[in-house]
Design a protein around this ligand. Sequence first.
Ligand SMILES: Cc1ncc(COP(=O)(O)O)c(C=O)c1O
Length: 453
Amino acid sequence: MKQVKVFLDESEIPKQWYNIQPDMPTPMSPPLHPGTGLPVGPDDLAPVFPMNLIEQEVSTERWIDIPEEVLEKYMLWRPTPLYRARNFEKLLDAPVQIYYKNEGVSPPGSHKPNTAVAQAYYNKVFGIKRISTETGAGQWGSALSMACKMFGLECRVFMVRVSYDQKPFRGLMMNVWGANCIPSPSDKTEAGRRVLAENPDSPGSLGLAISEAIEDAVGNEDSRYALGSVLNHVLLHQTINGLEAEKQLKMIGVYPDVVIGCTGGGSNFGGLCLPFVRDKIHGKELSIVCAEPTSCPTITRGPFAYDFGDMAQTTPLLAMHTLGHDFVPAPIHAGGLRYHGMAPIISHLVKEHLLEARAYNQIQTFEAGIKWARSEGFISAPETNHAIAAVVQEAERAKEEGKEKVILFNWSGHGLVDLAAYDAYLSGKLVQYDMPEEEIARALKAIDGLPKP
Ligand SMILES: Cc1ncc(COP(=O)(O)O)c(C=O)c1O
């Protein structure tokens, strides 16, 4: 029998996260205070995040110990298995070996609890009682709801309206874990009321939901905000996955030629890829590919610029690929990829030509996801289908070139709460949504006049 899964023994779980900052070939542009134009200091961020997470955000230590309490929670589903997708390989009939990390085995069904558990822990240790957050597809909101319950914290989630309507079961999962889930735009905040006044039917966006959650959190001594992607500390926590993958591949004597992940804010991609980016910085030859939607083509069509992380301009200015902070992406089912910006770490690595990005339309991604489900069995999250579309493309290229390739990708989550999206695909109602050039130009007006990195 041929091997399909590589399991890492529980005792082999990585005990430290990997911080890429000290290995960056050039320094990253710092986040700026929008008022002064100067780099933000820890005190500027203190009303929003607990100081222990701010310290991680700016840390230049290469390795950061994972607290025992966090490891204990990780053990509920980690180490996650590394799979070889033998059935998919057969279907594609190309000279490729395809490996993937199955992050869908976590209780909420995605990679998101890797950072949710860590963030809830650090907030708890800092004396925080309540966390507010945003969520797109609901994977992050449900992960944080579970993590908050584990550490005895209250949790309030602003869920992007279109996803709230498309995925009612995600909100219910949050309720099961004891959290409060509110559709955004909401009348609970100034930012939400402003948008509702202009457009009562607004589908919402991650940029707006972030504004609502920050507004809800700040000004209250024992509440803070948590972000499920984009920031350095989030990508840091996610590296547990790439570090496990490195060990698992070593166990079977394999090294990838191509590493792939889908990118919304960059966290599952960063988590798998950053340990391999370190190898690339040190001379290894491999391609590392971000897969994003054509309807929200942040890296492939957005400039590298300073922009706000949210619509209401409450965050510091981040140097990143962006489509403009008031960009409202089309209501694709991959709600977790509907974000105007990209993690500064990922953006910087793209600028340094260490990563490349490709965009796929919604129909292509579901075609790939259906092929996957009908060969490998697992039903993927719509976000994850972008990574699978990139795998299909890589396999086709390998076939054309007659070259053997080892592909590793992040199966970032299951789609069992996203079946309405599959229904739309199967009944021919799924819309392709591409982005006209004029729409990008219009959205980018929002960053006119902001400092340049
Ligand atoms: C399953 C899944 N994959 C990917 C993403 C994209 O987020 P990120 O780029 O932070 O990994 C999300 C976000 O909600 C998600 O739920």
